[in-house]
Design a protein around this ligand. Structure first.
Ligand code: HEM
Length: 451
C-alpha cells in the first residue's frame, strides 16, 4: 500500500515537473518570444551546463539558435540576447526592465537579509550614490594607499615565514587571494578591524570562501541545504558576525561609515536588524574582493607567461615612476600606465565570464535595432553575454584566447582601441572599477614579477 502511494506521488511529481513548463507556456506566453530551448532536468534546467562551462555552453546555443534564445536556469527563465547595441540603447534604458528586484532576491535568498530593508527605493538610491561618491577621487587615493601598505605587510610577513620553511607549496590563487582579502578589508574597514581578523581559527579567508559558497547555494535554492551544507552556512554566519565588531570612526573608509550611518539613522533604523547591517557590510567586502582577487592573480600569471608583456610593462613603470616622490598608489600615475592597463584588460577578457543582466518587471517587448522583436514575460531575466563579444574571432583574431598584451593600446592606424565589457553597463556599472584596476596594478607591482 505504502509502495503504491509512494509510486503515485513520484509519478505525480515527475509529471508536474515536466508538464509545468508546458502549462507556463500556455498561460504566460507573450508575442515574439525567442526560441525556447528545453532542458530535460526539471528544477535545475541547464544549471549544470552553466556551472561547468558557461562560455562554451552559451556559445554553442548561440551558434545553433542565433542571437536570442530562452533557457531555464533553476526555476527562472533566462533570455539571452547577443546584441550589444540593442542592449545598450534599448534594454538598459527601458523602464520595464530593472535589476533592483533581482539584487534584492540575491541578498534575501543568499544571505537571509530582511527584504523590508532592501526594497525601500530611497535607501537603494542612497546606497548607489554612496558607491559612486566614495570610490573615486581623494577617497580612491586613500583606498589605494591602504591596499598598498597591506600588501607590503603581507609580503613581509610571508617572507619571514619562508625563511623558516623553505619548501612551502601553496595554491597561487588562495595564497594571494588571502592577501587581496586583507588588502580590500584594510581599505574598506580600516586597520583596527582588519588586524583583529589575522591568525584566527577558522581563518578569515576560509570564512570568506564559505560566505561566497553559501551565497550561491542559497540563491540557487538547493533543497535541504541547511542539512547538506551545515558547515558552510555556519561559516557564512560566522563571517557576518565579524562585522558586528566594527567600531565607527576607527579608520574605516567613508563608504563604510556612510552605509553604517544610513542604516542606523533615525529615519531607517526600524527597517534593519543587527544581522542585516552586518550582512550588508560583509557583502560589500565580498563585492570588492570576489572578482578583484582572481583577476589580480590571472594578471600576474599572464605577465609571467608572456616575457614580452613583462618587459613592456617594466619599461613603462620605469618611465613613469622615475622619482621616489611618485608613489605606486598615486591614482594619476596608475591611470597613465596604458600598457599595463592593456595587459590587465587582456587577462580579464580571456578569463572573465562577463555578462550584464536586467529583469522584466512586466510583460513587455523589446524592439532590436534590426527591427526584430523580443517578447519578455514578467520575471524573465534578460542577459547580454558580453563574453561572446570578448572572445569573438571576428574582433580578436582566429585564436581569440591568444594573449596580445598591447591589444587595448590605441595604434596610430586605428580610429579607437577595441572595447570590451567587463564591469557591466548603465546606472549599475561597477562603481568599484577604478579601484579594482588600481588594486590589480598595485598587486602586480608588489608581487613584482618584473625583478
Ligand atoms: C575586477 C574586479 C571587478 C569586477 C570584474 C566587477 C564587476 C562588476 C559587475 C559586472 C557588476 C554589475 C554591473 C551591472 O549590473 O551592469 C558590478 C557591480 C558592483 N561592483 Fe564590481 N567588480 C569588480 C570590483 C569591484 C570592487 C573593487 C568594488 C568595490 C567596492 C566593487 C563594487 C561593486 C558594487 C557595489 C556593485 C553594485 C553596483 C550597483 O548595484 O549599482 N566591484 N561589479
Amino acid at each position: 500500500m505504502l509502495l503504491i502511494l509512494f509510486t503515485i506521488i513520484i509519478v505525480a511529481l515527475i509529471t508536474y515537473l515536466f508538464v509545468k513548463p508546458l502549462i507556463d507556456n500556455l498561460f504566460n506566453y507573450v508575442p515574439h518570444e525567442p526560441k525556447y530551448i528545453h532542458s530535460y532536468l526539471p528544477i535545475i534546467g541547464f544549471g549544470f551546463e552553466i556551472l561547468k562551462n558557461p562560455i562554451e555552453f552559451i556559445r554553442s546555443l548561440y551558434l545553433k539558435y542565433g542571437k536570442t534564445f530562452v533557457i531555464y536556469l533553476g526555476s527562472k527563465r533566462w533570455v539571452y540576447l547577443f546584441d550589444e547595441q540593442t542592449y545598450l540603447t534599448k534594454v538598459i534604458k527601458s523602464s520595464d526592465l530593472s535589476i533592483d528586484d533581482f539584487l534584492t532576491d540575491i541578498l534575501v535568498k543568499g544571505l537571509d537579509i530582511n527584504r523590508k530593508c532592501l526594497t525601500d527605493k530611497k535607501i537603494q538610491e542612497l546606497q548607489v550614490k554612496q558607491f559612486h561618491h566614495y570610490l573615486v577621487g581623494d577617497e580612491l587615493e586613500i583606498l589605494n594607499k591602504l591596499v598598498h601598505d597591506s600588501l607590503i605587510q603581507s609580503m613581509k610577513f610571508d617572507a619571514n615565514l619562508l625563511t623558516n620553511n623553505k619548501n612551502k607549496i601553496v595554491n597561487f590563487f588562495d595564497f594571494f587571494g588571502e592577501f587581496m582579502l586583507f588588502a580590500g578589508a584594510e581599505g574598506l574597514f580600516g586597520h583596527s578591524f582588519t588586524s583583529k581578523q589575522q591568525n584566527t581559527t577558522p581563518s578569515f579567508y576560509k570564512l570568506f570562501q564559505d560566505f561566497d559558497e553559501a551565497y550561491k547555494l542559497c540563491f540557487m535554492n538547493i533543497p535541504f541545504r541547511s542539512i547538506l551544507y551545515k558547515t558552510i552556512l555556519h561559516n557564512r554566519n560566522e563571517f557576518i558576525k565579524k562585522f558586528s565588531f566594527l567600531k565607527l570612526n576607527n579608520g574605516e573608509s567613508k563608504l563604510i561609515n556612510a552605509r553604517e550611518e544610513l542604516y542606523r539613522s533615525n529615519e531607517y533604523k526600524h527597517l534593519f536588524r543587527e544581522y542585516d547591517i552586518n550582512g550588508l557590510q560583509a557583502s560589500m567586502l565580498w563585492a570588492a574582493v570576489s572578482n578583484t582577487a582572481p583577476m589580480a592573480c590571472w594578471s600576474v600569471v599572464d605577465l609571467l607567461l608572456h616575457p614580452q608583456a613583462l618587459e613592456a610593462v617594466k619599461q613603462e613603470l620605469n618611465e613613469n615612476i622615475s622619482s621616489s616622490s611618485i608613489l605606486i598608489y598615486d591614482k594619476d600615475v596608475l591611470s597613465n600606465l596604458k600598457i599595463f592597463e592593456s595587459c590587465l584588460n587582456e587577462s580579464m577578457r580571456r578569463v572573465r565570464n562577463a555578462t550584464s543582466t536586467r529583469q522584466a518587471m512586466v510583460d513587455t517587448t523589446i524592439e532590436c535595432l534590426d527591427k526584430t522583436k523580443i517578447g519578455l514575460r514578467k520575471g524573465d531575466m534578460l542577459v547580454y553575454p558580453a563574453f561572446l563579444k570578448n572572445l569573438d574571432p571576428n574582433l580578436f583574431g582566429s585564436n581569440p584566447y591568444g594573449y596580445k598584451y598591447d591589444r587595448f593600446v590605441k595604434k596610430p592606424n586605428q580610429a579607437k582601441a577595441p572595447s570590451i565589457m567587463i564591469f557591466g553597463c548603465g546606472t549599475h556599472t561597477c562603481p568599484g572599477r577604478f579601484w579594482a584596476m588600481n588594486e590589480i596594478k598595485i598587486f602586480c607591482t608588489t608581487v613584482d614579477p618584473f625583478s
